[in-house]
Every structure is written in C-alpha cells, then in structure tokens.
Design a binder for this molecule. Structure first.
Ligand code: ATP
Ligand code: MG
Length: 258
C-alpha cells in the first residue's frame, strides 16, 4: 500500500515536471519561430529597398533631388540593418555573464541627447524630460545607458502613435528613479513580465504591423540587472505604459565621484 502510494506520487510528480518542461520548450520554440519570421522580414525588407535604390541610381540619369532622395532611402535602411544586427549581437553578449565597463556619467545629458535626436527624427512627437536636479550622476556604462533609453524611447514612439512621451528622473537617495511614460495602447497585466523575454512580442507575427524583433526589452532588463537595478511596468493614467527603472548611483564599491 505504502509502496503503491510512493509510486503513484512519483508518477504524478514526474508527469507534472515533464508537462512543465514541455510547455517551456513549446513557448521557447514559438518565440524562436516568431523571431525567425520577424528577423527574416526585418533583414529582407531593408535589403530590398537598398538594392532597388542602388539599381535605380545606376541605371538612369536622374535629377540631383532624386539622387539625394534615393541615397537617403538607402542610408535610412542601412541604418535600420545596422541597428538590428547590433541588437542581435548585444543580446547574444548579454546571454553570458557580463560585467559592464563603468564610468561616472550624467543621465540627464544622456537622455537629453537622445531626446534631441528623436525630436529631429520625429518632429511630430513631443518628448519631455522632467526633473528637479541639474545633474543625475551615475557610475555606469555609457553605451549601456544609451541602449536602455534608446529602446524605451523607441518603443514609446513606435507603440503610442504620436502621443506625447514624458520622462522623469527623481533622486531617491542611493538610486535614481526614472520613468518613461507613454499614452499608447498599454500592456495587459498578463503580458507585463513576458515582454522582457527574448524575442517576445505581443500578438501574432503574421498580424503585427509594427517592426521589431522582440529583443529590445530583453536587452533593457539584462543591462539594468547587470547594473544592480530593477525595471517594472505600470499602467499609465488614463492610458498607456510607464516603464519604471531604479538604478543605483553606485552599484557596489566602485569608489568616489570624480
Ligand atoms: P525591437 O527588438 O525592435 O525592440 P520590439 O519593440 O517588438 O522589437 P521589445 O522592445 O522587446 O521588442 O518589446 C516587446 C513587446 O512589448 C513589443 O513587441 C510590444 O508588443 C510590447 N511593448 C513594448 N513597449 C511597449 C509600449 N511602450 N507600449 C505598448 N507595448 C509595448
Ligand atoms: Mg522595442
């Protein structure tokens, strides 16, 4: 009787763990196939435009404005390819134990520079920075901080369709509290932790219209964690998403400012 019970219990436990690991595998393979679908599309479509622009430039004698227009298309698309390849490489690097190369830097100037770049690129989107401090010093990797805020601002622009974006920086003693808030469609509670998984995108690849590979927030989370910080998602009011980051000013015993 006792033996039977132990046997039955191990069968139930065994089945449960096999089921759990199958579900995990299935989710991963679903995400990877979504990734392949989106990456092949993301790689192919800029290459097609670049080829087309170069072929038109080569074949015909064109007015100067047309030449500039075609060259701009090719440049924009090659920048897109460069970003995609860089995301894939950064994500692969972050899969392994990673120690950021840190220096003292000012978060306000990093975010300001990014906002200036995006405002020039998307003049119809208002991006505002709110803070009470003049400098937000932090011992961190410059490239990593740029990567975090590039991804969050790009998402806010991409998913909120020209609504204003508000970024705030608050002093919380040992940490900086940074919020990136948009008025987009928001992220349902059931998806809030999933969006940080590698390759994860909301909805199905076939029906999705926005460009992307689902690597951005994976990169953000990994970088934030490598700086001993945290990131979470809250709902904005009346609608949209707030990405809330807590970044230690000095993570560990890296020394004194200056
Ligand atoms: P990319 O790798 O180019 O960044 P992506 O934007 O799809 O691609 P993530 O940045 O990782 O990938 O975001 C994952 C998913 O989370 C997105 O596909 C989108 O569905 C959702 N998401 C991210 N940011 C927002 C936002 N601000 N508002 C609404 N949904 C968002
Ligand atoms: Mg993104």
């Amino acid at each position: 009787m006792g033996e039977g019970l132990v046997f039955a219990l191990s069968m139930v436990l065994g089945t449960y763990f096999i089921y759990k690991s199958n579900v995990r595998e299935l989710n991963l393979s679903r995400r990877q196939s979504n990734f392949l679908l989106s990456v092949s599309h993301e790689l192919k479509s800029p290459l097609t435009s670049i080829n087309l622009s170069l072929e038109t430039l080569k074949k015909r004698t064109l007015p100067q404005e047309k030449i500039i227009e075609l060259a701009d298309v090719a440049l924009k698309e090659s920048k897109r390819l460069e970003n995609l390849i860089s995301d894939i490489l950064v994500a692969a690097k972050l899969d392994h134990p990673y120690t950021p190369k840190k220096q003292w830097l000012d978060l306000i100037s990093i975010i300001h520079n990014l906002i200036n770049g995006y405002t020039a690129q998307y003049p119809s989107v208002a991006i505002r920075l709110h803070t009470d401090v003049e400098e937000a010093l932090l011992f961190a990797s410059k490239q990593d901080m740029q990567s975090i805020f590039t991804n969050l601002i790009e998402n806010a622009i991409k998913y909120s369709h020209e609504e204003p974006i508000h970024i705030s920086i608050n002093d919380q003693k040992e940490n900086w509290l940074i919020e990136v808030a948009d008025l987009g469609p928001g992220i349902p509670n059931s998806e809030k932790s999933r969006v940080f998984q590698k390759f994860y995108r909301l909805g199905r690849e076939e029906t999705r219209t926005s460009k992307g590979t689902g690597l951005g927030l994976y990169i953000v989370k990994k970088i934030v964690e490598s700086h001993n910080g945290s990131v979470r998602i809250n709902d904005n009011n009346p609608k949209g998403t707030i990405f809330t980051l807590l970044l230690p000013k000095v993570a560990g015993n890296e020394g004194v400012i200056g």
